[in-house]
Design a protein around this ligand. Structure first.
Ligand code: TA6
Length: 305
């Protein structure tokens, strides 16, 4: 772990280690488990760009509710993924049934500890890379050798580049998402622009395909996989956040609303009023197939308008 640096210091919250960065432009908290950014505060704008559940727990092998969980090497429930993703995990139909029932939602990267690969501190920005490799998850019956890097560039804004390096001799298929939790002072006065006229799969309507008309608004449980790759503008009463992505042509929009809020772990019953998720992704047919020895990246940039 780090020795004391200009802006970065080691922290521990309950069972988990992390890095706290206090820079003239921003403050951020990055946990080693899951390479999970749980807080980013823009000092000049006096704005928190991420939402962290007030009931968040910091326990080994359990994803933290909030910030930007990294969903990898699959998104959501394995059995809702393309056949290629599922078949990588199992050679027979029986194995597949067994795997689908036991595989954790959103993959395992968010519940294992990543290693600190590098830190660069500059007067205008701080760059931190955490990495995960096959030796870090031996008991996840993930049959591939690969190295994953999560590179964060912090300044007035924050970018995250997730790079998968296939170091195996076989082709690797993944789905993935940066499951970004955003804050709002009023979910019913929150609008998401940039997805107009795009196609989406509605996970609450039997995964039926639909078309978005106008801005996305929230007045009930919302769980949609959009296929679009434009800048997304999330407008809340307190701020407008721009979400730019690269090498991603899909994005998940989610709010649990009342009933699901009561079933979710680490989530207050009224949590749905103060958060929503816009998840930069490669899901469904936007999955990535990586040849042996090749690399593939997906990038997210969060900034205030
Ligand atoms: O991204 C939306 C979603 O797949 C929802 O269906 C909901 O399950 C959410 O992710 C949170 O999942 P988690 O496993 O973090 O509770």
């Amino acid at each position: 772990m780090l020795s004391r640096r200009a802006f970065c210091k080691n922290i521990r919250i309950d069972e988990l280690d992390g890095i706290q960065i206090d820079h003239p432009k921003f403050r951020a908290t990055l946990m080693l488990q899951g390479a999970q950014l749980i807080q980013f505060y823009n000092k000049s704008a006096d704005q928190e760009l991420l939402w962290l559940s007030p009931d968040a727990e910091f326990k080994m092998a359990q994803s933290i509710r909030g910030g930007i969980p990294i969903c990898w090497p699959w998104f959501g429930n394995l059995d809702k993924n393309p056949a290629k993703i599922q078949q990588q995990m199992a050679s027979t139909a029986d194995d597949l049934t067994a795997i689908n029932s036991s595989a954790q939602a959103h993959g395992f990267a968010r519940s294992v500890e990543w290693r600190l690969k590098s830190i660069e501190e500059h007067c205008q920005r701080v760059v931190i890379t955490l990495s995960l490799n096959s030796n870090d998850y031996p008991n996840m019956n993930w049959p591939f050798k690969c190295e994953v890097d999560a590179t964060f560039v912090f300044s007035d804004d924050v970018s995250l580049e997730l790079t998968t390096h296939n170091t195996d001799n076989n082709e690797l298929a993944i789905t993935q998402a940066l499951h970004t939790y955003l804050p709002t002072e009023n979910i019913q006065n929150t609008h998401v622009f940039g997805l107009e006229n795009s196609t989406y799969i509605d996970a609450l309507l039997n995964w039926r395909e639909k078309k978005q008309t106008g801005a996305v608004r929230f007045n009930s449980e919302t769980d949609r996989l959009y296929f679009a790759n434009k800048t997304i503008r999330a407008v809340t009463p307190q701020a407008t956040t721009l979400i730019d992505s690269a090498h991603s042509a899909s994005c998940v929009v989610w709010n649990p609303w009342i009933d699901k809020s009561q079933r979710l772990s680490q989530f207050p019953d009224n949590g749905y009023l103060s958060m929503f998720c816009i998840e930069t992704a490669n899901v469904m047919h936007d999955m990535k197939t990586i040849a042996p020895g090749s690399k593939d990246s997906m990038t997210l940039r969060l900034h205030l308008a």
